[in-house]
Design a binder for this molecule. Sequence first.
Ligand code: NCD
Length: 339
Amino acid sequence: MQFAGSHILSVDQFERADIERVFEVADRMEPYAQRRRITRVLEGAILGNMFFEPSTRTRVSFGCAFNLLGGEVRETTGIESSSLSKGESLYDTARVISGYSDIIAMRHPAAGSVAEFAAASRVPVVNGGDGPNEHPTQALLDLYTIRKEVEHSGRSIDGLRLAMIGDLRHGRTVHSLSKLLACFRNVSLTCISPGELRMPGAIVEFLRSAGHTVTETDNLEEAIGHVDIAYATRIQEERFSSPEEANRYRGRYRLNQAIYTRYCEPNTVIMHPLPRDSRAEANELDTDLNENPNLAIFRQTDNGVLVRMALFALVLDVAEQVADHETRVTWYTGKRFND
Ligand code: NCD
């Protein structure tokens, strides 16, 4: 694919070589993300960071990634604090904000909204999640994490055995990650969910027709025994018609250390896009896993910065100039990245 000047809206845009290109650039971003070096390659550029749904890590890591490349960030958060609440169309908002920005990252509750916005934008738009539809940058950071986690034991994404757990119907992260996995070879995907919250049939069929194995079950204990990765998700309560309906599923699947020890292979990697719902009635990923070295959730969030830096560098066509704009770090940086 041609990265320079392109919108990043869906994982459908990526072929295997494109994914590998993103990963190769992401690897080179580590010294900057870890504050060992500074680059000013995007000095003067502005990111319009538009988040019309709750977000912590996606919004902040998009902003940090842009800052770490030397650019500035302007944020709009919440429909109620933007003119969308006065009846302004996505078209008009896109025309306006794209006059103020060099690139835009956007999250919105409606499926297809980010593509609609991008069609009117004068600058590239990166999808930070459009309703239950897609979350392409999360899928890329998840896959980047998977690659790093399994390569220690000589494994790769080809031949990977992965279980996705929870609300697979509404979870945009699992939709995008499943489709991205289809670019590789011989993946075995186990979908663990209540019957009503199954992975959309079109995604299951897409994987099967690309030669992968997909198994669907509602039994967590039986299914997590033979996987490299257990990827838990939150019940997407905001996609249900009422909180009571979401409550029917909350707490159905709980992964904790006792279940992990009893059922999982010793080095199964535990992932979650976060936020994990840590309220007692949900608790899909227990905090008693926090000291488990196979819990990769905070490595995922750190990797999110690298992958988003890589995408900005590729779309703004500076990936090969990053090192030409280096300066030294002058402040105390601590040991936070060396644990
Ligand atoms: C996810 C999302 O917003 O889709 N979070 C994220 O971006 N890391 C998952 C979720 O909200 O459950």
